[in-house]
Design a protein around this ligand. Structure first.
Ligand code: C5P
Length: 304
């Protein structure tokens, strides 16, 4: 018998390194993107329905499009098309990942919807094929499926899993309003042009993973990781949202080992020494701040 509904839990990510190369002819940028999945989760429930329907709940849900343009709905449509069936499903998103926050919440929902629909419809799609669909949906979607830690190259979708030698504790401060990812990449190109670094394919350094950062992850060494965190989109995010500089400073002043904008922002990420410090820092930063450990597992089907 087919299950009445299935729920998939899917994590947010922080980029511990985001090295951005030149603008490619296809409008994307080549990346060396070191993803770390963190224990802040969205839940995607898929239930049988007459047609495709999507609903949601959670902070800032009013700014999430609850129609066929939602990446989770697109995931259901693409999966159904591959198998020659109709996307008859009600997707419900329970969101805890900041919306348009630079933590890949929309990508997480797409990966969650894919796994949930695959289970609901009893398709048993091989993992490699699910990952290929994820890559079609968006650059960050494969990592939301995979979880853990990974180096993403290409536009971020070509993943190599990374070893992580221990837990890392973080605090995430969501900011009012989101930032548009394309706008942040455009601002990065603009700033580079202004500095004379160019934004063409040839004139920006080829992005590469920092070996010291990979060693820090492997060793579970929080101080070494704090010393090597980097995000090439940070100056662009700060240029569009100068108020974030204050948040970053507030976290550092309150005991963070390092502070960085998460991905394209505007969420700010603070790395701390242990779980207790994470709880204290989250409290000090106020209600929009949340502690979360890493690494977290990828999209996980929850028991019925
Ligand atoms: O792949 P995704 O849909 O998440 O990308 C959203 C936008 O972010 C792209 O349209 C592009 O403007 C920008 N982007 C980029 N280079 C990447 C990933 C995303 O320029 N590697």
């Amino acid at each position: 018998m087919t299950a009445a509904s299935v729920t998939v839990r899917v994590p947010a990510k922080v980029n511990v390194q985001l090295a951005v190369g030149g603008l490619r002819p296809d409008g994307f940028h080549d990346l060396a993107n070191v993803f770390l999945a963190v224990g802040l989760y969205d839940h995607v429930t898929a239930a049988p329905a007459a047609g495709l329907r999507i609903s949601g709940e959670g902070r800032d849900i009013e700014s999430v499009p609850l129609d066929a343009s939602n990446l989770a709905a697109r995931a259901a449509i693409v999966l159904a098309e591959r198998h020659g069936i109709e996307p008859r499903v009600h997707l419900h998103l329970r969101k805890d990942i900041p919306v348009a926050g630079g933590m890949a919440g929309g990508s997480a929902d797409a990966a969650g919807a894919l796994v949930a629909c695959d289970a609901l419809w009893g398709l048993g799609t091989p993992r490699e094929e699910l990952l290929a669909i994820c890559a079609e949906l968006g650059s960050d979607v494969p990592f939301a499926l995979a979880g853990g830690a990974a180096l993403g190259v290409g536009r971020g979708e070509i993943l190599t899993p990374l070893e992580v030698g221990g837990a890392f504790h973080w605090v995430f401060a969501a900011a009012e309003g989101g930032l548009s990812t394309p706008a942040v990449y455009r601002e990065c190109d603009r700033l580079r042009r202004e500095r004379g670094a160019g934004d063409g394919v040839d004139d920006v350094a080829v992005p590469a993973a920092d070996p010291r950062l990979l060693d820090a992850l492997r060793a579970g060494d929080v101080h070494a990781l704090a010393a090597t965190l980097s995000n090439d989109l940070q100056s662009a995010a700060l240029s569009l949202r100068p108020d974030l500089a204050r948040t970053l400073r507030a976290g550092e002043d309150a005991g963070a080992l390092a502070a960085v904008v998460s991905g394209s922002g505007p969420t700010c990420a603070f790395l701390v020494s242990d779980e207790e410090t994470a709880a204290k820092l989250a409290h000090a930063l106020g209600p929009a701040a949340r502690p979360a450990p890493a690494p977290a597992p990828g999209a996980t089907l929850l028991p019925a």
